[in-house]
Design a binder for this molecule. Structure first.
Ligand SMILES: [Zn+2]
Length: 61
């Protein structure tokens, strides 16, 4: 699940950071609860997004 690492919002990650923290990134993408209104990224941790907005509840598969 989401690890509370001291990282800036992944909206602002560089391609290098994405590669370096890929495991954290995939963890943050699991079961997304929030969407970034600016970048259209999704995450289960709103702290990872620069303009987080709650996603409507999604059907679970
Ligand atoms: Zn963003």
């Amino acid at each position: 699940m989401a690890k509370d690492k001291k990282l800036k919002t992944f909206c602002k990650w560089s391609p290098k950071q994405i590669e370096k923290h890929f495991d954290i990134l995939t963890g943050l993408l699991e079961d997304p609860s929030h969407v970034c209104k600016k970048c259209a990224r999704v995450s289960n941790n709103k702290k990872a997004l620069c303009k987080p907005a709650k996603l409507p509840v999604l059907a679970k598969w």
